[in-house]
Design a protein around this ligand. Structure first.
Ligand code: TTP
Ligand code: MG
Length: 609
């Protein structure tokens, strides 16, 4: 058994497993670890046997050895016997613990890898809905609860079954009546634990939900720390956190109280059993039915059998937490993955880049269409500009192309093939996007630029791309140049610098279809002019979608689409649209006037332009 199985080594379908009923699901999750699990239980059994044997040694010692005339000869043997049995018991218990750890940690390792992989394959629609904190909670805390299920409860059940069987069999050989008397506690214990099982489940679920809420608050406050500070909302956020935290405390307390409420009840039942057992056994000794040695052995074995019964109750109650976590984890795993390579067509070459939208309707939420009846046509290599007020649907249009979302009605064709028939992975390799809100990983700048290029890239290529994106000079001012870390432990880049790093990444990727979603929004006019050349070069020979607010940026496009509330309200070239009048012309005149006035103002103040 490889103790560190790679993420791909699933010889069973976890998704299938988790779709089943809990106990079946748990059993299936043991796949690949069953031998280890059986070994762990078997070693426990061996350990229990040696533990039980020592009570027979006690009986022999009291009933027989003590009567022997050569006691001094027997004594060392008996003492050695005790030591030997204790050693064996300890050794097997240790071995069992080792196997248990290997099983439980192995299952958790596999589950974590699977979840990470799975979450990366879920649809955008799912990620839009699911809170990050909740996902983190389920991948960490809930997986850990399931690990405990395997390391404590699943093994515990085997342990209890063995301890019970071995000790009960031993009791039967001592005295059938006493043996039967020792197990009358089982029904009340089971009834009590089933009663608590349901209530503890609920309490644990409530606790985990609140815990997830806290994780989300924490995660959002860390990512949004600038906003919190900018609005001086620390007090508000602290109070909100304290409120949530207090609720978690209450729920945690409730859970623990319920847990601890269970203990005294079982203690009382088991205590009554032990006292009753000792009393009856003592009566039997007095009337000569059993020997003193048998009495002592019985007393020990009774403890050995009561403990597992008592633990059974605790286990049943604790299992409820494993079950809740199982449900929470399977809720994610049951989500459909976005198939990456499936497609009616399996193209191998590059796209030409002809894009046709025909009466496309699209919605994020049912019955609230965000795009209505969108039709346009772009020839390979052309540039289409998307203009429109905020929220008018520009980003939504371009999100459809890499199949981030599926459109509802109408048809989108690239090179004459329906978009739905392309494998997503193929499309995503052919399409390069500079997103509206660029994201960089906490890795080096070089790693960020070469991210997803999918081939070995030479330093010269990286530098050429960075130069073209007008970011090389900035990078050279950093202490480690291209090897400078970005983010938390490294340099912090400005919005415009980030955008240009992403631009360099897209240049390297050399896509057939290019999407620039407000790619120059956080760049000042001067820098925009300096990268306009790079952008134009980048757009050359590719079908490009350019979203921008400044008409300056888009006026040279082959086709300009003006959006309003999900509709295209105007279309044409710059000259055509100016001639048409309407919204485009109004925006153009407004922007020109503002720029002229600004220039005059700056000139009058004497600032260098
Ligand atoms: P967008 O397509 O994001 O609008 P936009 O790109 O034109 O706006 P901006 O200039 O500000 O970037 O959104 C169109 C509508 O869709 C808007 O009403 C918000 C809604 N929407 C969702 O419901 N879910 C989403 O995930 C996104 C991105 C938008
Ligand atoms: Mg947008």
């Amino acid at each position: 058994m490889n103790s560190n199985p790679p993420a791909q080594s699933y010889n069973y379908d976890l998704k299938q497993t988790l779709a089943e009923r809990r106990l079946v699901g748990f059993w299936r999750m043991l796949t690949g670890f069953r031998l280890l699990y059986v070994g762990a239980v078997a070693f426990l059994g061996a350990s229990a046997l040696f533990g039980m044997a020592s009570f027979f040694l006690i009986r022999y010692f009291v009933d027989e050895a003590l009567q022997k005339p050569d006691l001094h000869n027997v004594l060392p043997v008996v003492a050695l016997g005790f030591v030997g049995l204790a050693l064996l018991q300890g050794t097997f218990s240790f071995l069992s613990g080792r196997l248990t750890a290997q099983t439980a940690e192995g299952i958790a390792l596999r589950l974590r890898n699977y979840m990470f992989d799975h979450i990366q394959h879920l649809t955008f629609a799912y990620h839009d809905k699911m809170q990050t904190g909740e996902l983190i909670q389920r991948c960490t805390s809930d997986v850990d609860t399931m690990r405990r299920f395997f390391s404590e409860q699943a093994i515990g059940v085997g342990r209890i079954a063995i301890l019970f069987t071995v000790n009960f069999a031993a009791l039967l050989t001592l005295h059938v009546g006493l043996a039967l008397l020792s197990v009358i506690v089982i029904p009340p214990i089971v009834i009590a634990s089933l009663y608590f099982f349901r209530r503890v489940s609920k309490a644990w679920e409530a606790y985990q939900e609140q815990d997830a809420k806290l994780s989300t608050t924490l995660q959002e406050n860390l990512s949004g720390v600038r906003v919190v500070k900018a609005f001086a909302r620390q007090d508000y956020e602290r109070n909100k956190f304290e409120g949530d935290n207090a609720e978690k405390f209450q729920r945690g307390k409730r859970f623990m109280m319920m847990h601890s409420g269970f203990w005294p009840i079982t203690d009382i039942i088991c205590g009554a059993q032990i006292i009753g057992g000792y009393f009856v056994a003592a009566l039997l000794v007095m009337d000569g039915t059993i020997t003193v040695g048998t009495y002592l052995a019985y007393a020990g074995l009774l403890m050995n059998i009561i403990n597992p019964i008592r633990n059974l109750g605790r286990l049943i109650v604790q299992m409820s937490t494993g079950m809740v976590s199982f449900d929470r984890v399977s809720e994610i795993i049951r989500q459909e993955r976005e198939p990456l390579t499936e497609g009616v067509v399996q193209p191998t070459g590059s796209l030409r880049g002809e894009v046709v939208f025909e009466n496309v309707t699209f919605e994020y939420e049912p019955d609230t269409p965000v795009l209505k009846d969108i039709s346009f046509r772009v020839e390979p290599g052309q540039t289409v500009a998307l203009l429109g007020s905020t929220g008018s649907g520009k980003t939504s249009v371009v999100s459809l192309l890499p199949r981030f979302y599926d459109y509802k009605d109408g048809s989108i064709r690239i090179d004459g093939v329906e978009l739905r028939d392309y494998p997503r992975q193929y499309l995503r390799r052919q399409i390069g996007i500079v997103e509206q809100e660029p994201f960089l990983f906490s890795r080096t700048i070089r790693e960020n630029i070469t991210y997803g290029v999918g081939r070995e890239v030479s330093d010269d290529e990286v530098i050429a791309a960075a130069r073209a994106a007008a970011v090389h000079d900035v990078i050279m001012t950093f202490p480690d140049g291209y090897n400078t870390l970005v983010g938390e432990r490294g340099v912090t880049l400005s919005g415009g610098q980030k955008q240009r790093v992403v631009l360099a990444r897209t240049l390297l990727k050399d896509p057939r279809i290019l999407i620039l979603d407000d790619a120059t929004s956080s760049v000042d006019a001067e820098t925009e002019d300096s990268i306009r050349g790079a952008l134009l070069r980048l757009m050359q020979g590719r079908t490009s979608f350019v979203i921008a607010h400044r008409i300056q940026t888009v006026m040279h496009a082959d086709l300009i689409l003006v959006f309003d509330k999900g509709h295209i309200i105007q279309r044409g070239t710059h000259a055509e649209l100016l001639a048409q009048g309407g919204m485009y012309r109004r925006v153009y005149e407004l922007q020109s006037r503002i720029e002229d006035e600004l220039e005059k103002e700056i000139a009058s103040v004497g600032l260098p332009l």
